[in-house]
Design a protein around this ligand. Structure first.
Ligand code: UD1
Ligand code: MG
Length: 451
């Protein structure tokens, strides 16, 4: 089936992000708070990209640098429209007047603080406009607690009006079908309808929701699209941020399991928006994935590990209690054991770093064994330096490898060495104080001290 959005209708998406974030009590703009490792704004923009919006304009308040910078990481040519004063959702949409006036077939109006809407839902809203008399498709949901939301005033299934909670009658407040706030508008009529919205309400705000009654009064049809309450959850405070996170985690875990990974205790695993788990990968309880992790088929991530920015090959064992930091690449059959930290390092096939090590800015060849307590001393207080260990080498326990340093293929480093110079292939390097033994010393010592 050809996805709907390729059927030739152009689309302008307007992302409202000029809201206040007062209830977050945060120095950061609300829409830059993260869910599953990326901002709410990024979630919304990438869903719009998946819906093939041709143009995306973000409506922001005058201090928008951070918001725009974030938007451009997802949509390089995203536009910005500034809403100088916060006079309501319709006023915010009209900040993008110039873009609207360019004449798109569809306008999608979305909120940057409503981050869980799926691309399929955006597509369904647009679909309600295509080839029909509808000039608006408003997105609604059945609210468990409708207080605070605009209500859908339905007449025989058709949407007559949306009434804001503050302006609703007691009878209207009983209605449970609520407005999610998002709308698709027919681009041919959008400007004239938006311009007709006034601010004669309790808040003296220009309500986007009034567009429904205005369209109806002009004889147009209006459609209601319905989503689940979870999908249209709006985030205004930290509790709602946490609620959105948990909904998203359920989705991400279901997707990972659907693709063939085993999560032994799904609810204890935290995934990132882009975590990729191979077939028959197993994730034990209490593992956290930051962004940018790719786990190969058949690999196992043991409990209490924390991974970010790591590419993991097939049949790898990681953890328990391992930390993989950005720039880690593990080839197939690598073993990373407990209390091992790896950063910006490549580890060759079958290599083992099983206990209590720090490996940073290093490359380790295939089949090499790195003993317990090995430290790659990569930092001299000013700059980072590389450690290069060849294939099938053996690094004895409790060695410090002072970078920059190279250890050749098949070389052997004696335990407890502090290696400051390169080691040739197949050589043995010892860099530790020689052992001294004094026969009988201990007995004599005890004799002297015994009372
Ligand atoms: C809005 C809807 C309400 C719906 C609810 C769903 C209107 C008038 N009401 O109400 O029917 O049930 O969402 O959560 O649309 N924004 C701006 N500039 C403004 C005002 C708002 O950019 O001047 C942005 C906000 O950042 C936010 C979005 O628009 O992302 C919605 O604004 P908000 O104030 O949260 O509207 P609600 O009162 O929740
Ligand atoms: Mg709101």
């Amino acid at each position: 089936m050809v996805p709907f959005h390729f059927q030739g209708r152009t689309c302008l998406a307007i992302v409202l992000a000029a809201g206040e974030s007062s209830r977050m009590c945060s120095a950061r703009p609300k829409v830059l708070h993260e869910l599953a490792g990326r901002s709410m704004l990024a979630h919304v923009l990438s869903a719009l990209v998946e819906t093939s919006a041709d143009r995306i304009v973000v409506v922001a308040s005058p201090h928008h640098d951070a918001i725009m910078a974030e938007a451009k990481t997802i949509v390089r040519d995203a536009g910005i429209a500034i809403q100088k004063e916060r006079l309501g959702t319709a006023h915010a949409v009209l900040a993008a007047r110039e873009a609207i006036a360019r004449g798109y077939d569809d306008l999608l109006i979305v909120f940057a603080d409503t981050p869980l809407v799926r691309p399929e839902t955006f597509a369904a809203m647009r679909k309600a406009l295509a080839g029909s008399q509808n000039v608006i498709a408003a997105l609604g949901f059945e609210a468990k607690q409708p207080a605070g939301y605009g209500r859908f005033i339905l007449d025989d299934g058709a949407l007559k009006a949306i009434r804001e909670d503050r302006d609703a009658s007691a009878a209207e407040r009983e209605i449970k079908t609520c407005n999610a706030g998002l709308m698709a508008l027919d681009g041919r009529h959008a400007l004239s309808l938006l311009d007709a919205i006034g601010n004669a309400n309790s808040q003296k705000e220009y309500y986007l929701t009034d567009i429904v009654a205005i369209a109806r009064s002009r004889g147009f049809e209006v459609a209601a699209a319905i989503a689940t309450e979870d999908e249209v959850l709006g985030v205004n405070d930290r509790a709602q941020l946490a609620a959105a996170e948990s909904i998203l985690q359920v989705r991400l875990r279901a997707k990972a399991m659907g693709e063939g990974a085993t999560l032994i205790d799904p609810s204890s695993v935290t995934l990132a928006f882009d975590t990729r788990l191979g077939r028959d990968a197993v994730v034990e309880p209490h593992v956290v994935f930051g962004p940018g992790v790719n786990v190969g088929d058949g690999s196992r991530i043991r409990s209490f590990s924390y991974l970010e920015g790591a590419t993991i090959g097939q049949n790898v064992l990681v953890g328990p209690f391992a930390r993989l930091r950005p720039g880690t690449g593990l080839a197939h059959d690598v073993h990373i054991g407990n209390f091992v930290e790896v950063k910006a390092s490549d580890v060759g096939a079958g290599a083992k770093i099983n206990h209590l090590s720090y490996i940073g800015d290093a490359s380790i060849g295939a089949g090499t064994n790195v003993g317990a307590g090995t430290i790659a001393c990569n930092y001299d207080g000013f700059a980072k330096h590389r450690t290069e260990i060849g294939a099938h080498a053996f690094i004895g326990s409790n060695s410090a490898l002072v970078a920059p340093v190279k250890i050749g293929d098949g070389a052997y480093v004696g335990s407890g060495s502090v290696i400051t110079r390169d080691v040739a292939p197949d050589a043995l390097a010892l860099a530790r104080a020689g052992q001294v033994e004094k026969p009988g010393w201990a007995r004599a010592f005890r004799g002297r001290n015994r009372k």
